[in-house]
Design a protein around this ligand. Structure first.
Ligand SMILES: [Zn+2]
Length: 272
């Protein structure tokens, strides 16, 4: 039996590390020879490893955002418990052409996420390409909250009070996760194309994490262009979508049951 895409994904990291030899390597190479997507994945893995090796020290400093991302990854993992034997697939947005990146270890996810968020020269979103979609809206909301131009409706450090505040204002049970080393700032309700969305803000010093949550079916019904295609493609595959806003913020999109969740995080340039 040959190697399929999933086997190739699983082997990718070990192959780059030179840990795969003999027949397994032969079968892997045979698959890579005929599968463009895995070939791209392998190249990306090599680039990632090189970049990680070169930049791990500089990017290791802003641990806070990395923690926040790992936290959201952990909660999505919990939600996906039951989908057995599936690795995370983290599609990385590169000028709106998503490339599937399959890190072999959580450590690599962490490093990759840190690089994407803090090394914007590595990967960029073509800014302004998606004009009025919900991803852009999430980034704008994050910016206006961060800059203080749109204050939150409800300020509290207590997750239960925040949940109480959101209950009844949105037609789903909003997630208010606890992020290590961050404190909850509060919550608000915003509307996108008539769909009520919950927003939750976290903060550590000048570093913010903004979560936007909405009923996935409703937002897709509201407009065919609400969710950009690369995001839809990723979440339909049960994958994570990870993008960079081209400056100092990054976006992660995932689905939690009926809820479509966006997390935008970034750093003040001075902190950076
Ligand atoms: Zn393949």
């Amino acid at each position: 039996m040959g190697v399929n895409c999933r086997d190739a994904d699983d082997l990718m990291s070990a192959v780059v590390d030179g840990e795969v030899v003999g027949r397994a390597l032969g079968e892997f190479e045979e698959h890579i020879g005929r599968c463009r997507s895995c070939r791209v994945g392998l190249e990306l893995e090599k680039i990632t490893k090189r970049t990680v090796t070169k930049h791990l020290q500089p990017v290791a400093a802003p641990q806070s955002i990395v923690d926040a991302i790992l936290n959201s990854i952990a909660s999505a993992q919990a939600m996906r418990r039951g989908q057995k034997g599936r690795n995370w697939h983290i599609p990385v947005l590169h000028t709106f052409r998503p490339v599937v990146l399959i890190p072999a270890a959580a450590a690599l996810v962490l490093a990759v996420a840190a690089i994407i968020l803090f090394r914007p020269e590595v990967l960029r979103i073509g800014r302004g390409k998606a004009s009025a979609d919900v991803l852009t809206a999430a980034i704008r909301n994050y910016d206006s909250l961060r800059l203080g131009t749109a204050p939150l409706e409800f300020v509290s450090r207590d997750p239960d009070s925040v949940k109480d505040f959101l209950r009844g204002k949105v037609d789903f049970r909003a997630n208010v996760p606890i992020l290590d080393s961050y404190h909850l700032v509060g919550a608000g309700v915003t509307s996108y194309c008539g769909v009520q969305c919950a927003e939750v803000l976290y903060r550590r010093d000048m570093v913010f994490v903004y979560m936007l949550q909405m009923n996935r079916l409703e937002v897709c019904r509201s407009s065919t262009e609400a969710v950009p295609l690369p995001v839809t493609a990723s979440i339909d595959r049960g994958e994570w979508y990870l993008g960079n806003n081209g400056d100092s913020s990054g976006v992660v999109v995932w689905v939690n049951g009926e809820i479509l969740c966006f997390a935008v995080a970034g750093m003040d340039e001075k902190v950076l």
